[in-house]
Design a protein around this ligand. Sequence first.
Ligand code: TPP
Ligand code: DXP
Ligand code: MG
Length: 644
Amino acid sequence: MGHLERLTGPADLRELEARELDELATEIRDFLVAKVSRTGGHLGPNLGVVELSIALHRVFDSPRDRVVFDTGHQAYVHKILTGRADGFDKLRQHGGLSGYPSQAESPHDIVENSHASTSLSYADGLAKAYAIRGEDRHVVAVIGDGALTGGMAWEALNNIADTVQGGDERRLVIVVNDNGRSYTPTIGGLANALTALRTNPRYEPLLDVVKRRLNGVPGVGPAVYDALHAMKKGMKDALAPQGLFEDLGLKYVGPVDGHDRAAMEQALTQAKRFGGPVIVHAMTRKGFGYDPAEQHEADQFHGPGPFDALTGVETPKGRIWTDVFNDEMVAIGRERRDVVAITAAMMHPVGLDGFAAHYPDRTFDVGIAEQHAATSAAGLAMGGLHPVVALYATFLNRAFDQVLMDVALHRCGVTFVLDRSGVTGDDGASHNGMWDMSVLQVVPGLRLAAPRDPARLRELLREAIAVDDAPTVVRFPKGAPPADIEAVGTVGAMDVLARRGDRDVLLVGVGSMASTAVEVAERLTAQGIGVTVVDPRWVKPYDDAIVALAGEHRMVVVVEDNGVSGGCGASLLQLLNERRVSTPVRLHGIPQEFLDHAKRNAILERVGLTPQAIALSVTEEFAAGLGDGDAERAPAPHHPADRA
Ligand SMILES: Cc1ncc(C[n+]2csc(CCOP(=O)(O)OP(=O)(O)O)c2C)c(N)n1
Ligand SMILES: CC(=O)[C@@H](O)[C@H](O)COP(=O)(O)O
Ligand SMILES: [Mg+2]
């Protein structure tokens, strides 16, 4: 039995000798590759923090000392060290281990939000609380170089660097996990400053040569390693000047080889003793110790799906929505010289790598900085260009004010393309793109389209970039798109996808739910209920023709892959109310709860966003006599929520 199997918690780590700890690090790497190759997950980031996490849990006393991971995708090793190795067989699956810290899983976990650049703010608050309460507890934040490009991180650093009156009692250690990458190499002045530290020509190779010469030399024990660390320290102080953090007034320890556990322990111990806020700059490599990850060109196995552990070859995913967008942007870039593209450190995941390869001068990676992305896009539009800002839907949340007051208020022609809209599943509650069609409803002038298939994505994207006096949004989900669903007619600017029997039910299928609506129609028709299925294409504003169409039916059913609160159904209900159309409206969307992680389809099943569940709900209402106008409004279908 190896050390890993015997681990029940961090205390066990303190019993292990140096060589056993090195053996444990090897076991953890082998474990991560074996498990994540089967489930998929954030292999690269976690291979990069094995020694760092071991050192952290040997020096600090979690959960009394609190460990806050930024974004949280690099917390697998932390979970292994805190007794959860057994849960990795069901990583990111319903009922299994979350891919991020989870308070429900362990007292060692505290921050569950996977939106980057928040950790230092949490840590600042926690450290202040413990100082005020007189609790001698440390707070350790682990933040990546990518997350450091987010504005919130600098808001926090500005506060952390501000010394409280009467001396600084805040026990706060910030570990900068600097692997030089987000997915792709981290961009910007900050990254350049970190790189200057990391790649100081006189610092790196010499130390590597010495380390390599010593590694594996028989008889080389702790004493030699300690001597090396002492030498490193001397060299580092002499060779690697740094102002980035110390100019802010923050104490700085590093740069430290983040894969040298003993050196990390020494640096963390030094930081712990300091007492006030201090930064430990750890230099690591994403994917360290597993060649297919380290050599992986695009993102060093940031978040692969299942793969062959021996070869590193990923199981083919097939064509996804993102690929359709990727290809269309290349075509658009050729036709429209004024179109420019912006990504927030996710060039490949959002499908702008094709555009970037063809038009590098018109492509901007702004780092994990969605707020800056939105407002700099407003500037680009004011300057006569048409920016396309490609984000994951959930990450637009933090740029809401920029969309509202920087883009829409000035009527800027900016197109936001929101990938991963709707239920994403694997990455838990903070990754579902279930908010955009609610929060964006309140933005005056903004227009929002939801394509039902690849053909409509290409059409609607082109319609969106043709608008130069208002923000436009095109949103689509994670995963594979359906085959194109051809219309059988049109009403106004809306596509009619099916028309069978009487005008009993008007089914409004929004975006990816249009195919679901067509399947609902088949089930209702079989029950003798007449249906009309429409895809509105643009859901903000709706085409006015929907008002009369709704008035001609006995019931309207809206199906959307968005939260039900304030979504497309709610906005249609409001429109019909304003226009005095009394047809009852039923909303089928994502319940307004934080949904636990699971596969997308499993969640859609669980919340009733399936043809079966929707058809049953409608059939039951008709069976109860609804639709002839005299029955009480049926209670909204309640879905067994994971968590309110
Ligand atoms: C606000 C926000 N934007 C984008 C992402 C997507 N994302 C997840 S991890 C990651 C890269 C993080 O880089 P870094 O902080 O350096 O951590 P590393 O993966 O290198 O350990 C990004 C962009 C996110 N989680 N949050
Ligand atoms: C941690 C993070 O925000 C992303 O890496 C996230 O895991 C995206 O996953 P997909 O690209 O698989 O949707
Ligand atoms: Mg990084």
